[in-house]
Design a protein around this ligand. Structure first.
Ligand SMILES: [Zn+2]
Length: 731
């Protein structure tokens, strides 16, 4: 969900900021699973001066004092924080003075300090070093947070004041004007302007949508069980490694099927096991288990849920005055309208499809060479693509790793590149306590030596840390609150045993650059109001600065400084680097098309009017027609998610928003290419990027920020180059 003013005010750090990878929505929500345990959560203790959240931390930059914070401090501080915040909001709403920007909007920005303080620390610790206690507390607190948020957004007196300020908004400009509009829209979008009947219907729809979403998500888990593929004969598993086969045997044992082998489908349409499985019939069986799940092939059927959700969303959008759900969702995004997102995706289709055809031709050659007499089917693609890869793009990932030692990647890679681009330096601060031993804290100094804020590098995996990589914060930048940013990066790198060097894959190094891109979006934030700071931008914009920084990984100067053999100190050979590049873009036609197809499908569901949504008869037919209409119905390359297991859209908060990853990448590629054509890794380029983009947060319209930097709107050309899709590789 977009970080609205209200969300910030109630401690948005509980939900992690920027950076979720595009399969993240699949991870089952921690909440329901743990619901049973809530009873065991410690009863709230008293909240007084002995609680470290009672007052603002006195450590530098208000860094949390982990020498004092214990688990039992969170719950009483969160509850007291909500109470304090409610009182502050009530005081604003019932202020006898006429509503002004200062006494209403700015007062709201200042409210909820305690709740933000504890929420940020708790949210981060629960994500990076969680345990049963933190999970149980999250479950107990989730409905309380939701109710607290509703109490603010449905407060009619408060809205009346916000509206009064909004109606006089022409007295303001710049950031203040944007904050007024943003705050007002937040209320209106929640239904504040509707009459009582309409409000009642919105509440009904919200509650139905919430139940349907939960049901869809739970069904996804049931569907995995209903679509297990059971293999009796080990010989059918030829192509898999012995350890993989052992895993499948173990999975069978766990299901009381000892002696057999059980294969479970995973989130996307494509299944990684298909890349190595030789038996074509078994491949087909597994692929069908994946692609048909939820479509009526087993007892659990998600088709009615998809239909109902599309219909309810269309109705809600209409009640709120929008043409369709996409128009409602995208109003506050950079794309602004679903048509713009559709156009961007459709612009990519011709080049992507012609690359897919070239890839398919290479696969056909392998099939033919092996004496096969069939056309490539979706269950064949990964298997034969793997053979093409092994033959033409073979890359020894262990050889590559020897040139990317962890400390060097951090200091001589990421920190070095950021120094060359922005002039900033990272100085370790051993005096700042952390929540886990291997977290390293740095003070970030600006080009003139001034302090910018703190950066916590939490790069290694540990028990209780959620998967993936992300950026978040303990403190958001704000001139109003006189706060400098305190930012975290999290990754899940496996640390080498004591005394041995940790060697990274190329992907891990580039993820480190990516996360630093988010971190600097937070670190360079230079705005007045906390709810407009740093990464609190729309979803289709937030991955732009991070993807942009990712591409420095292969900059020749950075490579020369960073990529040295961990033992000999020798430079990485150019030949090896070329292979890394080629491997990176391998199969990109397929990867891009499956994504675009899913993103377009999402937008097709969410650009329907109420009447159109009501006329969907069969979800599978609708899906096929939608893909055909968009020119992306390629049998061998099905959408990354089909309707009945598209969790982002029907079980998560990404409805009408799956396009956002590509939108951000279009910006990143276009901006990066522009920088390369204008000097590359220089302080001038860094300064310009920082000034127009990184310092602005959400204080200015994102397209305007982009044009300020680039001088024009982005086109998709550079993205096609970035993905190696400009000319189909036929030989
Ligand atoms: Zn990201």
């Amino acid at each position: 969900m977009r970080k609205s003013l209200i969300a910030v005010a109630i401690g948005a750090a509980l939900t992690v900021a920027a950076c979720s990878d595009k399969d993240a929505a699949q991870s089952p929500a921690t909440t329901e699973v743990q619901a049973e345990q809530t009873q065991t959560a410690a009863a709230a203790g008293e909240f007084n001066q002995s609680n470290p959240f009672y007052a603002e931390s006195t450590l530098p930059f208000h860094a949390p004092d982990f020498t004092k914070i214990k688990f039992e401090h969170y719950e009483p501080a969160i509850l007291a924080g909500m109470e304090e915040h409610s009182k502050e909001i009530e005081a604003i709403a019932s202020n006898p003075e006429p509503a002004t920007f200062e006494n209403t909007i700015v007062a709201m920005e200042k409210s909820g300090a305690l709740l933000s303080r504890v929420g940020a620390v708790f949210g981060n610790v629960a994500g990076s070093a969680g345990n049963d206690d933190t999970r149980a507390l999250q479950v107990t607190m989730a409905p309380k947070y939701a109710a607290h948020s509703d109490n603010i957004s449905l407060n009619a007196d408060l809205f009346a004041r916000v509206k009064a300020v909004y109606e006089n908004r022409d007295q303001h400009e710049g950031e203040a004007l944007r904050l007024i509009e943003d705050t007002y829209k937040g209320f209106v979008r929640a239904g504040a302007e509707l009459n009582e009947d309409e409000k009642a219907r919105i509440r009904e729809i919200n509650s139905e949508l919430s139940s349907l979403t939960t049901e869809f998500r739970n069904n996804l888990m049931t569907l995995v069980d209903e679509n297990l593929v059971v293999v009796d004969d080990k010989a059918k598993l030829a192509g898999l490694s012995e350890s993989h086969i052992a895993q499948l045997a173990k999975a069978a044992e766990a299901k009381d099927m000892a002696g057999k082998y059980v294969i479970s489908v995973t989130n996307t349409t494509r299944q990684s096991i298909l890349a190595s499985l030789e038996n074509r019939e078994l491949r087909e069986q597994i692929w069908k288990a994946s692609a048909l799940r939820g479509s009526g092939n087993t007892a659990t059927d998600n088709r009615p849920l998809v239909k109902q959700m599309a219909q309810l969303r269309a109705e809600k959008a209409q009640l709120l005055g929008y043409d369709n759900w996409g128009a409602y969702v995208l109003e506050q995004s950079m794309a602004a309208k679903p048509e713009a997102a559709q156009q961007m995706l459709r612009d990519l289709v011709p080049a992507v499809v012609s690359n897919v055809e070239a890839e398919m031709a290479e696969i056909a050659k392998v099939i033919e060479a092996e004496g096969g007499d069939f056309e490539v089917k979706p269950w064949d693609w990964a298997y034969y693509a793997e053979k093409v890869r092994a033959e033409k793009y073979a890359l020894d990932s262990n050889e590559v790793k020897q040139y990317f030692e962890f400390n060097r990647a951090v200091e001589d890679g990421v920190f070095y590149a950021m120094n060359q681009l922005f002039g900033i330096t990272f100085e370790e601060r051993n005096d700042i306590p952390t929540y886990a031993d291997d977290v390293v804290v740095y003070e970030v100094k600006d080009v003139d030596g001034e302090s910018l804020g703190l950066f916590y590098g939490d790069w290694f995996n540990r028990d209780g840390k959620r998967g993936g990589a992300w950026m978040s914060s303990f403190v958001s930048q704000s001139q109003l609150l006189d706060n400098k940013p305190v930012i975290l990066n999290n990754m899940n790198i496996t640390k080498a045993p004591e005394g041995e060097p940790t060697l990274l894959s190329f992907d891990e190094v580039s993820t480190m650059f990516h996360e630093m891109g988010h971190a600097l979006h937070g670190m360079f934030s230079d705005v007045m109001y906390p709810s407009l700071a740093g990464t609190s931008v729309s979803r289709d914009y937030v991955e732009f600065p991070s993807t942009f920084q990712e591409d420095w990984t292969l900059n020749p100067k950075v490579i020369a400084n960073m990529a040295k053999h961990y033992e000999t100190g020798e430079q990485i050979p150019q030949e090896l680097l070329d292979k890394v590049m080629a491997a990176k873009n391998f199969n990109m036609g397929y990867d891009t098309l499956e994504y675009i197809a899913a993103a377009l499908l999402d937008l097709e569901y969410h650009t329907l009017s109420v009447e159109e949504a009501a006329s969907i008869e069969d979800v599978n037919t609708f899906e096929q027609a939608a893909l055909t209409r968009n020119g992306v119905a390629v049998e061998a390359v099905p959408p990354r998610y089909r309707s009945n297991y598209f969790a982002h859209v029907f079980a998560g908060g990404y409805s009408a928003g799956y396009y956002a990853y590509m939108w951000s990448e279009v910006l990143a590629a276009d901006a990066f290419k522009y920088v390369q054509e204008n000097g590359g890794l220089t302080l001038e380029n860094g300064q310009a990027f920082r000034e127009a983009i990184l310092s602005k947060g959400n204080s200015k319209d994102p397209m305007q920020q982009y044009i300020d930097f680039r001088g024009q709107k982005p086109t998709v050309d550079a993205l096609l180059e970035r993905r190696g899709l400009t000319t189909p590789k036929i030989d």
